[in-house]
Design a protein around this ligand. Structure first.
Ligand SMILES: [Zn+2]
Length: 464
């Protein structure tokens, strides 16, 4: 048995009064966030000013603590004056905002000191009503899924009807294999959702075919292509959703938006544009839900069946800038499929191998190993000039990924193979690090075949 954290999300059907209550709680969270930011900024300003008058360090106004307990203490002192309406809302609502502020401050400080990797984090900014997703997180009090499987109960908000059945979670709770740790209500795409963070105890399983390797290439036209030749098509309603999305974005482009592209200035957007934007938001949410659903079905089957799964690592953050719609959504799928496979292979006791993003899975011939210097995205069929192989582009890529794993297991043997059990364990080889950091060198090193790469240990595999 193993304990894992899992999220269960249900759409809600609140009554008008409950919807107002939900909104009020989310507003309280935002209010507390902005209040804490103002307090921290005023405190910094005060101390700077005092220093400039020559006040000694020990006589300065004490610094406001940036951690959650300190912010909470300050808030509790200030709330009777700052928010006399505070008793209307659960204290969890204010806590949500204060917690978000504490984390924002820590991220900023860590980013500044170099403790935090990645993109630089700016100093927190005030949350406007318009640009915030209304949400509140509950960690204490009565958080319950009702026995009728169509209601949830939250502190202060009471019992709210759910749009869909809660049976999946309810069954686990009744069987005693799940424990609710927190609940978050959030307003997204025109509807309230409640997401439960749950600790679930599940039996350790084994994949049905523990010694089989499968390469997965996420397609643009299809959902995915597997190295065994299996093609998983996009569900039809997803295709329809995409079509609607394209139509709406064309419409929005024709209407008067907030940015005048010709004169390159801001202007007042038309009401029609705002309407289209709202419809576009709903269509986006629908497409991403459908896509996530079909990815869930795919990854569950994969993790339950194959011992080793190989996918490609793509630079999702970098590719999100791509303006082609189908392409952008396809790229968003990469992050999601990887996230899902990561935990599902762990549940099922399988291995996830993520090929380095510089591994030329599309450009390499899966039969003879020759690589092409260039392969346009429009070329849907791979034709090898070396051995004459003619194969669907995505299938060719999927086969290369699968082959990579097989060679990795043989060549790498020993420690790496045993480490490969844990998909979340970072075991980068020297070669892989070099590959990831210097794409130019990596391509120069490659002698044209996958096999040669494996021999030099620069086989472009990362297990993370
Ligand atoms: Zn070939």
């Amino acid at each position: 048995m193993m304990a894992v954290m899992q999220a269960y999300r249900f759409a809600l059907d609140p009554s008008p009064a409950q919807a107002r209550d939900l909104q009020r709680h989310a507003g309280a969270a935002r209010y507390a966030f902005n209040w804490a930011l103002a307090a921290v900024k005023a405190n910094i300003g005060q101390r700077v000013a005092e220093r400039s008058y020559g006040v000694a360090d020990q006589d300065l106004t004490p610094a406001v603590g940036w951690n959650l307990p300190a912010l909470r203490r300050a808030w509790n002192q200030a709330k009777p004056a700052a928010a006399p309406w505070w008793p209307q809302c659960s204290k969890e609502a204010f806590n949500t905002g204060l917690d978000a502020m504490a984390r924002a401050l820590r991220n900023w400080a860590d980013s500044k000191s170099g403790k935090r990797q990645g993109k630089r984090v700016g100093f927190p900014r005030f949350k406007s009503k318009r640009n915030t997703t209304p949400s509140t997180r509950f960690t204490t009090g009565v958080i319950r899924v009702e026995a009728d499987r169509h209601h949830v109960t939250l502190p202060r908000l009471g019992t709210i009807k759910t749009h869909e059945s809660t049976r999946k979670l309810a069954r686990r709770l009744e069987a005693g294999t799940a424990r609710i740790l927190s609940a978050t209500v959030r307003y997204q795409a025109g509807r309230w959702f409640c997401s439960f963070t749950v600790e679930v105890t599940r039996p350790q399983r084994r994949p049905a075919r523990p010694y089989e390797v499968i390469g997965v290439d996420l397609g643009v036209k299809s959902l995915a292509v597997l190295s065994n030749g299996h093609v998983i098509d996009n569900p039809r309603h997803l295709v329809a959703g995409l079509r609607r999305l394209r139509r709406l974005s064309r419409r929005a482009a024709r209407q008067i938006g907030p940015h005048d592209t010709k004169a390159n200035v801001r202007r007042t957007a038309s009401k029609n544009w705002a309407d289209t934007r709202r419809a576009l938001g709903r269509a986006h949410a629908r497409v991403s839900n459908l896509r996530r659903d079909s990815l869930h079905k795919l990854t569950t089957t994969l993790a339950a069946t194959y011992g080793t799964i190989v996918i490609e690592d793509l630079n999702v953050a970098g590719m999100a800038k791509n303006r082609l719609l189908a392409r952008a959504i396809h790229d968003a799928g990469f992050g999601e499929i990887r996230r899902q496979l990561d935990y599902k292979t762990r549940w099922h006791g399988g291995t996830l191998i993520v090929a380095s993003r510089w591994f030329p899975s599309s450009k390499t011939c899966s039969d003879c190993g020759a690589t092409k210097p260039k392969l346009r995205l429009s070329e849907r069929v791979y034709t090898c000039e070396n051995c004459g192989l003619v194969l669907d582009r995505d299938l060719n890529a999927a086969r290369n990924l699968a082959a990579l794993a097989a060679q990795h297991n043989v060549a790498g043997s020993g420690p790496e193979t045993s480490n490969a059990r844990r998909a979340n364990q970072k075991t980068p080889s020297v070669g892989q690090v070099a590959l990831k950091r210097e794409p130019g060198t990596a391509t120069a090193d490659q002698t044209g075949t996958v096999h040669a790469q494996a021999r030099t240990a620069s086989h472009g595999i990362s297990q993370d």
